[in-house]
Design a binder for this molecule. Structure first.
Ligand code: ATP
Length: 568
């Protein structure tokens, strides 16, 4: 059975990972309206996410890093099923999330949440922050009671014959007490009531008259009720009533609050847990700072007690001084609630602060994935090396690294470069064996060649300029020289300058095909074969200079170009 044929109900994780992503692909189609089709326009695919493979272990934080526009947010949203994938499978706890329906889908939606980048626009200004955090609880009808769950009492007695005690537990206590193996067990203690207990009981009665919900609690954090000589207690968030009738003792345990009251209690607890205060429940977002608003966003994401949270640039809209506080909070919450995170960020210093492993993304693809420290100390992909240039150095070894910085913009995902997508900006493109050339000259020749391919050389403009000059001699030769001057400003060594000159002469002759063939010998394996992540490598990098899967090596061998081993 293939991944796509898999049934939603199957819960068979391949290993212990919480999340398994296989070939996750998301294309957006432009020029795809009815009108476009009427006018004969072809749909254009924006390849935002193009075949991602990774796992996230339980309790782990995986970082997804890359420049703006490389597809990080689309990946995060697609794996949460906020966007429909074009292809691929995401298994959460062994289940294919794209095939989930009804109750399974609801469970996934509760279990997998997102914190958005911008705490200013992600909160509704008309809702109080309490309402904002409470909204997912309302939408999912929290707290949930499962009719299949059994309830039972575990009764301990002191001075009371256990045989005379009868305990009734409300069916819906699983809204508060989590079941284990399909059963909720409530610990009930029944004992003789002491003088001290009676006094407490009278005080509790007085308080109950004022506010039963909030104050009916004793110092030992248990709910207590007494009747005559009998005292019964249960965990503090449940309500207990005891009735001593002759020799019989009847104990009833209920929840005693409406769902709405329970939701409010949870929101107050969450606000407190993220460093805000329950008193702020009725305040509006505009009364809060950016950091506080992001705390609200985090409380909201945690409202339904998820296992997995996508953190999409959670600190990039915040002042640097506040960023560390939010990252520390996320760390604490992860430890407290056993959360698993996917942290999306363009900022490697944020990634370093919090991630166990890092996946580096470029133009819709993962180009390197490894434990966080290895990414920072032994980057394998030239793109990762270039990204690291923007991060302040931590130790001397790293300070001494000698790496060229990243130039230019990320190419359009509408028409990504062939082969290695990074090769148009890569400082270490591999030349063919037959071409002995330094990297700067090689990249210069390639850029001339690409302009010839794109017919992007203005011969007429050069002719006009030459026509205005008062020089003598062959016009075409002067036009060629003029174009060469404009195309590059480095001194190209021979024979490369001569070859480029021949190509430009062909352009001036208006023979673009001959021009292309003059430079065809410069074709790099990087533009012919796509490098891949080796599935068995500990630290895979999608670069021809690194260990490649056998199918890539075969494609390289079969290609018309071969790797120059001296450059690897
Ligand atoms: N709805 C859409 N329609 C068409 N193209 C889209 C759509 N959403 C995103 N894209 C394109 O997909 C590519 C990836 O965008 P995405 O927002 O996922 O990148 P990113 O790495 O998260 O960048 P940023 O940090 O700037 O959000 C971009 O080129 C973007 O323009």
């Amino acid at each position: 059975m293939t991944d796509t044929e898999e049934t939603a109900g199957e819960a068979v994780p391949e290993d212990g990972s919480l999340l398994q992503v296989r070939n996750l692909t998301k294309y957006f189609y432009e020029q795809d309206t009815l009108l476009d089709r009427l006018f004969g326009e072809e749909p254009v695919a924006v390849r935002a996410v193009d075949g991602l493979d990774f796992d996230i272990e339980r309790g782990e934080t995986l970082g997804l890093v890359g420049e703006s526009g490389c597809g990080k947010s689309t990946a995060g949203e697609t794996l949460l099923r906020l966007q429909q994938p074009t292809d691929g499978v995401v298994r959460f706890d062994g289940q294919n999330v794209y095939e989930l329906a009804s109750a399974d889908l609801d469970r996934f939606r509760r279990n997998a949440q997102i914190v958005f980048q911008d705490p200013f626009s992600s909160l509704d200004p008309r809702m109080t922050i309490g309402e904002t955090v409470k909204q997912p609880l309302d939408v999912h009808d929290w707290p949930l009671s499962d009719g299949e769950v059994d309830t039972e009492a575990s009764v301990t007695t002191d001075g009371i014959d256990p045989d005379v005690v009868s305990v009734s537990i409300a069916d819906d206590v699983d809204k508060i007490v989590p079941p284990e193996d399909g059963t909720v067990t409530v610990q009930v203690e029944v004992s003789e009531n002491s003088e001290e207990g009676r006094a407490d009981d009278r005080r509790a009665d007085d308080r109950r008259a004022d506010d039963r919900r909030a104050d009916d609690r004793r110092a030992d954090d248990r709910r207590v009720d007494t009747d005559g000589d009998v005292r019964a207690s249960v965990q503090e968030d449940l309500f207990i009533e005891v009735a001593a009738n002759g020799d019989a003792v009847d104990v009833t345990v209920t929840i005693d609050r409406s769902d709405d009251e329970l939701r409010r209690e949870r929101v107050e607890w969450l606000l407190d847990r993220v460093g805000l205060s329950e008193d702020q429940f009725d305040r509006y977002p505009h009364e809060f700072s950016g950091g506080q608003r992001q705390r609200v966003g985090i409380a909201r994401a945690l409202a339904l007690d998820p296992e997995f949270v996508v953190l999409d640039e959670p600190t990039s809209a915040l002042d640097v001084s506040v960023q560390a506080q939010i990252l520390n909070l996320l760390n604490e919450l992860q430890a407290e609630f056993g959360l698993t995170y996917l942290l999306i960020s363009h900022d490697l210093s944020v990634i370093r602060h919090i991630c166990d492993r890092v996946a580096v993304m470029y133009l819709g693809e993962i180009v390197e994935i490894a434990p966080s420290e290895e990414i920072f100390t032994q980057p394998q992909h030239p793109y990762t090396e270039a990204l690291l240039e923007s991060v302040p150095r931590v130790d001397t070894d790293e300070r001494d690294r000698d790496i060229e910085t990243l130039s230019g913009d990320v190419p359009s995902p509408r028409d990504p470069p062939s082969g290695c997508r990074f090769r148009t900006r890569c400082p270490v493109v591999i030349p063919p064996e037959s071409v002995d050339v330094d990297q700067v000259s090689y990249r210069t020749v390639l850029s001339v060649r690409d302009r010839i391919r794109d017919r992007d050389i203005d011969v007429e403009g050069a002719r006009e300029l030459v026509g205005q000059e008062a020089s003598v001699g062959n016009v075409d030769e002067r036009v060629t020289e003029r174009i060469l001057e404009r195309l590059f400003d480095v001194e190209l060594p021979e024979p490369h300058r001569e070859r480029v000159k021949d190509a430009v002469e062909a352009v001036v002759d208006d023979d673009w095909e001959r021009a292309e063939s003059e430079l065809s010998a410069y074709r790099s394996i990087c533009e012919v074969v796509s490098p891949e992540l080796h599935p068995e490598a500990d630290h895979p990098a999608a670069c021809h200079r690194r260990k490649q899967p056998s199918e890539v090596r075969t494609a390289v061998e079969n290609a018309d170009v071969s790797l120059d081993e001296t450059n690897t």
